[in-house]
Structure formats: structure tokens, C-alpha cells
Design a protein around this ligand. Structure first.
Ligand code: SF4
Ligand code: SF4
Length: 250
């Protein structure tokens, strides 16, 4: 029997679902190996079902989304967060703790209407997440590798090294030595150091690497390179606003 799969989206740009649709050479084989019950970006034919694996994109920003996410969780053996919004809250979380939701809505829409909207939170704020596929958007090969494991019922191996490792493997010169604040030491690898390889500093789009010692040592590297804590915090906010310990950088 083919594994039953659902692909869902909440608040975000839908780039991760689009990345799945853009699999081109592999898409037909992938879809042929699955019993795809729900993928609204690809088809309006949605079948209410239980799922062996649910891939969920986007952050949670409304009570209705929270309820829908909880339903998906109840129906799924494995729930996978795909992309940064689902994994960490995304760019839309960058003002969490600074501006209240009401202030943001007033700023953007200019009205005093009371909105039923939460601060943007990752899926893990509300339900158990079995695996996280980071990225903004997710990496195609990483998704295919993870999907192959998940569809056999195994959890894939998570990337446990920072972007700097991939930079070294590609023999890139370090941008920090050019005076740029590159978030590579603090960021989950897996993108083959895409930005530094093009001479552009990493903005941390794959999220913060786990491990207190690693985080401390990366922050120490930034300090020693002369970057002011306020500047480091501001750069980190874009993708790490739901990591209060990171934002307490001194
Ligand atoms: S350029 Fe960035 S990612 Fe590459 S080694 Fe330097 S700090 Fe790390
Ligand atoms: S180098 Fe950094 S910003 Fe660029 S894709 Fe990789 S994680 Fe994202």
C-alpha cells in the first residue's frame, strides 16, 4: 500500500510547496510512489484522510490555522515542518516581542479593527513536530532524501553542522576576513554555502544551529571581529526572532 501523504500550507510565501512542484524530473516518480491525499497548491481534489506523513509549510498566525494544524497532527503519524516559516516562524516573526500584533496591523492597514491574529509562531509552538526541513525555501535534494526516508517510516538525519563547514569544503575565502558579518557560523548547513560561494554574506535563512556551545562560540567570533551586539541582534532577527536566547546577544 502506498504511504498516504498530505501537503499543507499556512502563513508564508508558499515557496516550499512551489519547490516541491518544481521537482520536474522527479515529480512524477514521487507522486507515483505516494497516495497524495491533499496538496491544494497542485490540485483542488482534497480527500479528508489520515496521513502517514504530513508536510506542513508556513507559520501559525490565526486561531483557525491553529485548529487546522491540530487536526492535521491528530491525523498524521509523522508531521514534518517544511521551510523556515513552519520551522522558526519566518520573516513575519521578526518583529515578535517588539511590536504588538494590533500595532502592526494598524501600521499596515491603518484601522482600529480588532484582528484575530497571533504573533507568528512555528508549528512546534502548538503541536509536536517530528522533523524539520529548514530553508527559505527548502533545498530540493534535501527534500527528496528526507521524503525517501520518511516514506519508509524512518526519520531522516538532520544536518548538524553550520554553513561554514560547507564553505570550507568549497574552499571559499571567509567573508568575515573581508569585514562582512556573515551568519554562517550560527546557521544550519545544507545549502552548500550558496550565498558565501557567490561572495554574499549568509543572512541565516536556514535557522540557528542547535547547541549552546556552538552558539556561544559563534557569538564570540562575531564579538572578536568587532561587530556590535545591536547590529548582530538586528541581523539575527530576520530568521531567529523566536529564539530569545539568541536575541540576548551581549
Ligand atoms: S564566509 Fe561565512 S559561511 Fe563562509 S566560512 Fe566565513 S563565516 Fe563561515
Ligand atoms: S548561505 Fe545562508 S542565507 Fe544563503 S542560502 Fe545558505 S543559509 Fe540561507
Amino acid at each position: 500500500m502506498k504511504p498516504k501523504v498530505g501537503i499543507f500550507g499556512f502563513t508564508g510565501c508558499a515557496g516550499d510547496q512551489l519547490m516541491i512542484l518544481n521537482l520536474e524530473d522527479e515529480l512524477l516518480d514521487l507522486v507515483g510512489a505516494l497516495d497524495l491525499k491533499s496538496f491544494t497548491m497542485a490540485s483542488s481534489a482534497v480527500e479528508e484522510s489520515d496521513y502517514d506523513v504530513a508536510f506542513v509549510e508556513g507559520s501559525i498566525t490565526t486561531p483557525k490555522q491553529k485548529q487546522k494544524l491540530e487536526e492535521i497532527r491528530k491525523r498524521s503519524k509523522l508531521l514534518v515542518a517544511i521551510g523556515d516559516c513552519a520551522a522558526w516562524g519566518g520573516v513575519q516573526a521578526s518583529c515578535n516581542g517588539i511590536l504588538k500584533v494590533e500595532e502592526k496591523m494598524k501600521e499596515v492597514y491603518g484601522s482600529d479593527k480588532v484582528w484575530e491574529i497571533y504573533e507568528s509562531k512555528p508549528l512546534s509552538a502548538y503541536v509536536k513536530v517530528d522533523f524539520v526541513l529548514p530553508g527559505c525555501p527548502i533545498e530540493k535534494e534535501e527534500f527528496l532524501r528526507a521524503a525517501a526516508s520518511l516514506l519508509r517510516g524512518d526519520l531522516p538525519e538532520a544536518v548538524d553542522y553550520p554553513v561554514c563547514v560547507e564553505c570550507k569544503l568549497r574552499e571559499n575565502g571567509c567573508l568575515m576576513l573581508e569585514g562582512k558579518l556573515c551568519l554562517g557560523p550560527l546557521t544550519v548547513g545544507g545549502c552548500r554555502a550558496r550565498c558565501p560561494s557567490l561572495g554574499v554574506d549568509c543572512i541565516g535563512c536556514r535557522g540557528v544551529i542547535e547547541g549552546e556551545a556552538r552558539i556561544k562560540s559563534a557569538l564570540q567570533v562575531f564579538r572578536e571581529a568587532g561587530f556590535k551586539p545591536d547590529y548582530v541582534r538586528a541581523r539575527l532577527r530576520m530568521f531567529a526572532a523566536n529564539y530569545p536566547e539568541i536575541l540576548e546577544v551581549k
